[in-house]
Design a protein around this ligand. Structure first.
Ligand code: S3P
Length: 193
């Protein structure tokens, strides 16, 4: 784990000294949902997965929405949800891999949050995506190109956004979600009174 930046704004609004929101960022299949659920239990925070929330609201999968209305419709809903979540407290939020592209809304959400970037390399992401049954319903192609190339290209394009948009980066390769959740919980300890 690498703490790259200490922001005075982080945790402006805290519950029991813990930042109001723990936001998990990162590419597809980096463990945001698995880690987020476990972390929420540890912190006794509510867990929100932005993809699940959007799917519940539109009563369908990401794949179905994108097929029917295209990526711009999904991105618009995602953008609005980030603004809404910026007003929440006591939550762990697993964001969709593309949420980082909404820079204005991300800045808003980041205020008072601890943002953790869960990182993995393209080869690992590819293996995890292939093994995850959720990929078919939650992760339609972003570009229409070959999946392996898509991972490499989109990851390369987004890495600097994840880096600049987070407070901490955790390498997830060869680690379990429980182990990572425990590390983030520890990271919150200095914020406690
Ligand atoms: C996306 C990632 C997905 C989901 C959608 C778009 C992306 O979430 O929001 O398919 O642009 O990378 P996960 O990161 O949870 O897979």
């Amino acid at each position: 784990m690498v703490v790259r930046e200490k922001r005075t704004g982080a945790g402006e609004s805290r519950r029991d000294g813990i930042p109001a929101r723990i936001v998990l960022a990162g590419f597809r299949a980096t463990g945001k949902s698995a880690v987020g659920g476990r972390l929420a239990v540890r912190l006794q925070y509510r867990f929100i997965d932005t993809d699940d929330e959007l799917c519940a609201r539109m009563k369908g999968s990401v794949t179905a929405l994108v097929r029917r209305r295209g990526w711009p419709a999904f991105r618009k809903m995602e953008q609005a949800l980030l603004v809404e979540l910026a007003g929440t407290e006591g939550v762990v939020i697993a964001t969709g891999g593309g949420a980082i592209m909404h820079q204005d809304e991300w800045r808003l959400l980041r205020k008072g949050s601890l943002v953790v970037w869960l990182r993995a390399g393209a080869a690992t992401i590819r293996k995890r995506l292939e093994a995850d049954a959720a990929s078919a319903v939650q992760r339609p192609s972003l570009t229409g190109i070959d999946p392996a190339r898509e991972i490499e290209e989109v990851l390369a394009a987004r890495e600097s956004l994840y880096r600049r948009g987070s407070d901490v980066v955790i390498e997830t390769e060869h680690r379990t979600p429980e182990d990572i959740a425990a590390e983030i919980e520890q990271l919150c300890a200095p914020f406690r009174n």
